[in-house]
Design a protein around this ligand. Structure first.
Ligand code: GRG
Length: 313
């Protein structure tokens, strides 16, 4: 079995940031804060966060904040709940959440809750269980869950549960592993996992493993490294991770590495990118791959960071 090439992956992540004119940097311009979370969280899990200029990142993040309290994907961009979570997560990695005006940020997030308990992503109103997870995760990290109606938020998520045990983006929408992570994560954060039929959902999730060892996001689809996060974290939260072949999944992720130049791709021999590099490394961390920091399956942050926020207040 090949090994995880930590040195090359760290070099690749740092290089994406430096090559501002590269294809990857240009297409990520509008979601740079999200990309910062993927890259920096991957570096932290690999024990390489020291290679980054913390002050420079924190100062840039502060400039991404809009008057409303929410954050945009880059300086001067419109705020969205997704980038607001990324900002909180990156600051958490650096132990810098205290630079935030917590009241203002939580007010922005709470303002996106709708009457039925769901959340919109921004002022334009799109509703999705991704935004429910993001709101609950963000407010929990800020110790401000009291700002919203948690009971209604949970009720809305439960209304998105399907007969196959999975969850979709809105009531009646098809089960998808990404949305399942969001709903299971949100229910874990709010202590409401009892709403899940763990055997039924566990069965659907473990069926996502295909012959190559990789996981797909729904039936009949191709495997993709990112589902090593969405599926695996969900299986761990419902105590059913032993239902998949972990060794084969480790091998699939390692096979997706660019061994020479660093980075991880969606499938073997495809082009690498920062998103799949993060979810590959995070998946290996969930699989207890040696040399990696453990990651929390609900908060998607290293366990030591989560403990710092909740245990050492
Ligand atoms: C903090 C980890 C973290 C997440 C924040 C944004 C978010 C919350 C969650 C996104 C969950 C999600 C919907 C993930 C799926 C992403 C993905 C690869 C979608 C591709 O969908 P299709 O239909 O692909 O193009 P398939 O694999 O079904 O063919």
């Amino acid at each position: 079995m090949g090994e995880l090439n930590i040195e090359n992956h760290a070099r690749y992540i740092l290089s994406v940031e430096k090559k501002k004119d590269s294809f990857e940097s240009v297409v990520m311009e509008h979601l740079r804060l999200n990309g910062a979370y993927w890259g920096l969280a991957a570096l932290d899990i690999m024990g390489k966060l020291d290679a980054v200029d913390q002050d420079e990142v924190v100062s840039w993040i502060r400039q991404c904040q809009d008057e409303s309290g929410g954050f945009g994907g880059n300086i001067g961009h419109d705020p969205h709940i997704l980038y607001t979570l990324s900002a909180i997560q990156v600051l958490a990695l650096f132990d810098k959440i205290d630079v935030l005006d917590t009241e203002k940020v939580s007010k922005y997030i709470a303002g996106l809750q709708n009457g039925d308990g769901s959340f919109s992503g921004d002022m334009w109103g799109e509703v999705d269980t991704r935004f429910s997870y993001i709101a609950l995760c963000s407010l929990a990290l800020l110790h401000r869950l009291d700002k919203i109606n948690v009971e209604a938020a949970v009720k809305y998520i439960v209304s998105c549960k399907n007969l196959d045990g999975g969850f979709g983006c809105t009531p009646g929408a098809e089960s998808h592993a990404g949305q399942i992570f969001c709903c299971v994560g949100a229910l874990a954060i709010t202590g409401a996992l009892h709403h899940i039929d763990k055997d039924l959902l566990g069965w659907w999730l473990c069926e996502r493993q295909v012959i190559s060892g990789g996981l797909n996001g729904r039936p009949e689809k191709l495997p993709d490294v990112c589902y090593s996060w969405w599926v695996l974290s969900s299986l761990i939260m419902i105590d059913r991770v032993h239902w998949i072949d972990k060794k084969k999944l480790v091998q699939f992720i390692l096979d997706c590495q660019d061994k020479e130049n660093g980075g991880i791709s969606d499938r073997p021999d495809d082009a690498v990118d920062i998103f799949h590099t993060y979810f590959g490394v995070a998946g290996l961390s969930l699989l207890e791959y040696p040399g990696l920091k453990p990651i929390d399956p609900a908060y998607a942050l290293p366990v030591d960071v989560v403990n710092r926020i909740f245990l050492h207040r």
